[in-house]
Design a protein around this ligand. Structure first.
Ligand SMILES: *Cc1c(COP(=O)(O)O)cnc(C)c1O
Length: 353
């Protein structure tokens, strides 16, 4: 009999959980410290200060590394992870990105943050919605868009990790759930953990995964120097939430499928879009007024941006002003409520609108 590889829920529950030790918790609690005991002169390779390392990050990084099949460097947010990759690219590096991908990514690539005299500052208005604002969807991102980053190779303080488990990562050759970009040959992957991965709408985190130890080292160094570090408590919450990731995804997806079904059968709803995976469903109501009335009439659907959380949420996308979404376009993120309750609420709100 060939050994069947563990399923997604099993892997998510076990990821990064330390070996059993009598009297110890299953998942150690967060280590909340800005400075660690650091006596004497032998201070190299031991993080003495939070910006350079934290065991709670490392436990979560190990967990994600198991799922990704590589090394993971955790950042304060998805955009901090994106910035670490894009701003450390050199001239001549090419970024190919979809024009309708996350606007914040194209925005950083086209108009990287720079000192106050730069053109970004001259425009000075880039803040906006959750997409980082302002990105024009038609603009192209290419060679010229990527600015040289700070020179590599200068040593920051010690960014080294206290403890690695070299045996584990490559052997597990684990995929992240459902998709394995590193196994397919990607140099690195970026993920915003702020969405379904953590899933409770209470924190931001992001990470880069790579199979190249040298790239991981560079990214850790970048993080130490620029300070885009995650908080240990957020990292711990995220690790705790990882155990239910596959479970939440399953329910959110089932709810999204049922919702798409319901919407497709209504004459007052147009252009229902659900790609068959994930929690996000898009659809068009006749106009902005109908969309506002629908959102106001829902009682189980929170009007909020972002997606992937346990609470169903929705928003009228055109309210941000930078999407080319029609005025009545709703982006809906299905949560983990009971499908019958959710569908009844949506149907009632549509009737009211
Ligand atoms: C949310 C998101 C980001 C930004 O992540 P934050 O954690 O909000 O900084 C980047 N890319 C994609 C695809 C996202 O969905």
């Amino acid at each position: 009999m060939s050994a069947r590889p563990p399923g997604d829920s099993t892997r998510a529950v076990r990821a990064g959980v330390p070996d059993a030790r009598q009297g110890e918790p299953l998942l150690p609690g967060p280590v909340l410290a800005s400075a660690y005991h650091l006596a004497g002169d032998d201070v190299h390779g031991v993080p003495g200060y939070l910006r350079h390392g934290n065991p709670t990050w490392e436990a979560y990084e190990d967990a994600l590394g198991e799922l990704e099949g590589g090394e993971v460097v955790l950042f304060a947010s998805g955009m901090a992870a994106v910035s670490a990759i894009l701003l450390s690219l050199g001239p001549g590096d090419v970024l190919a990105a979809p024009h309708d991908g996350y606007p914040g990514v194209a925005d950083i690539a086209r108009d990287p943050p720079r000192p106050a005299r730069g053109r970004g500052a001259a425009r000075g208005h880039r803040a906006g919605g959750p997409g980082g604002g302002g990105a024009r969807r038609d603009a192209r991102v290419g060679r010229d868009a990527v600015e040289p980053g700070p020179r590599r190779g200068r040593r920051p303080g010690r960014g080294g990790r206290r403890r690695r488990r070299p045996g584990r990562r490559r052997h597990d050759a684990g995929r992240p759930l459902r998709l394995a970009p590193l196994a397919l040959g990607a140099a690195c992957t970026m993920c915003s953990a702020s969405k379904a991965l953590t899933g409770h709408s209470d924190l931001l985190l992001g990470y880069v995964a790579t199979a190249d130890p040298e790239r991981a080292r560079t990214l850790r160094e970048w993080r130490s120097r620029t300070g885009g570090i995650p908080g240990p408590f957020e990292a711990w919450l995220a690790h705790r939430s990882l155990a239910t990731y596959a479970l939440r995804l399953e329910r959110m997806e089932a709810n999204a499928a049922a919702l798409a079904d319901l919407l497709r059968n209504r004459v007052d709803v147009r252009d229902v879009r659900w790609p068959g995976v994930g929690s996000v469903v898009g659809f068009e109501l006749p106009d902005a007024e109908a969309a506002r009335a629908f959102l106001a009439a829902c009682s189980l659907v929170t009007e909020a941006t972002s997606f992937g959380g346990v609470h169903s949420s929705a928003e009228r996308r055109a309210r941000w002003g930078y999407d080319d979404a029609p005025p009545g376009w709703i982006r809906f993120s299905a949560g983990v409520e009971d499908a019958e309750d959710l569908l009844a609420d949506v149907a009632r709100a549509l009737d009211a609108a």
